[in-house]
Design a protein around this ligand. Structure first.
Ligand code: UDP
Length: 455
């Protein structure tokens, strides 16, 4: 098939083209575009197919070709707070426009030949499309390997009755998946639990049926999970992360980054600031927001806090904050709607990261040696937080409700813990080493490039 296509297609510049299809959420767009940059710098041309919902700004990436497809989402569907319902509808409505678009790209003989498709694991419908078009498909899973292994164990977890989760068993260890407790299992509130199982099971099944699997992780960080995966998944596996540390790339933020974050950090003492951000999707109640605000204020430490519009349920932005809250702190607190997070985390003033443990945030913190306060909200964040606090031991987890006194104590404990900071710096070093010539991610990337070249 490939040879037939090659015979009738003039290769421009001898380059080969990869088509990438990200899931349209910030935590998936960022790693997909970082991967696109890594592959582009290794000689591939890049085409990004994207939905009209939540699309990255093409002018930040002039070296890629962006091709929009109409996802057909209604306004109500696009703003559905039930993430599982939104994922299910995306996976239905994108099939035809995606297939038409990919078929058109394949038929375009004026461009370089397309070598393969790289699609997000949570777009499982792309397996059947790629198969129909006879195009190899590699999957990018943007989460961690350790949490994926838990998703792959969903059938067992259901069979053993560990999920759906029962409140009476939250603290019990899951014998099949140490060191996870029942409350660390990757679930999410949804109006339709069956839809959650369907999303997870088809992600796992169609990932297994792919031609290869790329991870934004590195061997040293997740070796046991990678070994378990290699036993169960008979496909080539490429842990080539941390993606964002291969080289600096332009931002793929969907919200404008507030650069005052950096000028404010420039005025703070080294290792003194708590950076607080819960990513692009998680939401909290007004009461939780106020406990966080008072916990930060009472900690007496400087803080940079990302309060994304929509973070607080039922509010637009900072309305619940008491009048004069920030003014009374006399410059000790700075709140922005969106920060240049990678730059923030490598700023010398930052001493801790209070995070929801999305995988990108977790990796970005690990790579800068910044200890974490973990406040996972749903799905893989729960597993990531357990690994951060219990396996890699570079963070403390806030558990059993948000309360200002507990928050103040956790901040104090983390900021004073020199051993934890030492361990965090060791992980930073390991992440850096993995990318150097001969390092595990460096080698894995060479394998990935050779592998793609065999298609
Ligand atoms: N991010 C950012 N500025 C912010 C908050 C987050 O640039 O103020 C980026 C962050 O660096 C990460 C991504 O948004 O790359 C969030 O992904 P993650 O997996 O941590 O969480 P999600 O948003 O998917 O829950």
């Amino acid at each position: 098939m490939e040879n037939e296509r090659d015979a009738e297609t003039p290769k421009r510049n001898g380059r080969r083209r990869l088509v990438l299809f990200p899931l349209p959420f910030q935590g998936h767009i960022n790693p997909m575009l970082q991967l696109a940059n890594i592959l582009h710098s290794n000689g591939f041309s890049i085409t990004i197919i994207h939905t009209t919902f939540n699309f990255p700004n093409p002018s930040n990436h002039p070296h890629f070709t962006f091709v929009p497809i109409s996802d057909g989402l209604s306004e109500t569907e696009a703003s559905n707070p039930d993430l599982i319902a939104l994922l299910s509808v995306l996976n239905l409505k994108c099939v035809k426009p995606f297939e038409d678009c990919l078929a058109k790209l394949l038929a375009d003989v004026s461009e370089e030949p397309i070598t393969c498709l790289i699609s997000d694991a949570i777009l499982p419908f792309t397996r059947a499309v790629a198969e129909r078009l006879k195009l190899p498909r590699i999957v990018l899973r943007t989460g961690g390997v350790s949490s994926f292994v838990v998703f792959a164990a969903y059938p067992i977890l259901l069979e053993k009755g560990h999920i759906p989760i029962r409140d009476s068993r939250l603290e019990e260890l899951v014998p099949e998946l140490p060191p996870l407790r029942i409350k660390d299992l990757p679930v999410i509130k949804t109006s339709n639990p069956e839809a959650l199982y369907e999303v997870v099971n088809s992600m796992v099944k169609e990932t297994k049926a792919s031609s290869g699997l790329i991870w934004n992780s590195f061997e040293e960080l997740e070796q046991p999970a990678l070994n378990a995966l290699r036993q169960d998944f008979p496909i080539p596996i490429f842990p080539i992360g941390p993606f964002h540390k291969h080289f600096p790339t332009s931002s793929s933020s969907l919200i404008k980054e507030d650069q005052s974050s950096i000028s404010w950090l420039n005025m703070q003492e080294p290792n003194s600031v708590i950076y607080v951000s819960f990513g692009s999707i998680a939401a909290i109640d007004k009461t939780e927001f106020l406990e966080i605000a008072w916990g930060l204020a009472n900690s007496k430490r400087p803080f940079l806090w990302v309060v994304r519009p929509g973070l607080i349920r039922g509010s637009y932005w900072l309305e619940p904050l008491p009048n004069g809250f920030l003014e009374n702190l006399e410059g000790r607190g700075h709140i922005v709607q969106w920060a240049p997070q990678q730059e923030v985390l490598c700023h010398p003033a930052v001493g801790a990261f209070w995070t929801h443990n999305g995988w990108n945030s977790t990796m970005e913190s690990v790579c800068e040696g910044v200890p974490m306060i973990c406040m996972p909200c749903f799905t893989d964040q729960l597993v990531n937080a357990r690994y951060v606090s219990n396996v890699w031991r570079v963070g403390v987890q806030l558990e059993n409700g948000l309360e200002r006194g507990k928050i103040e104590k956790a901040i104090g404990r983390l900021m004073e813990d020199k051993e934890m900071r030492g361990r965090a710096l060791q992980w930073k070093e390991k992440a850096n080493l993995s990318l150097r010539q001969g390092g595990s991610s460096y080698q894995s990337l060479q394998c990935l490039i050779s592998y793609i070249s065999t298609f």
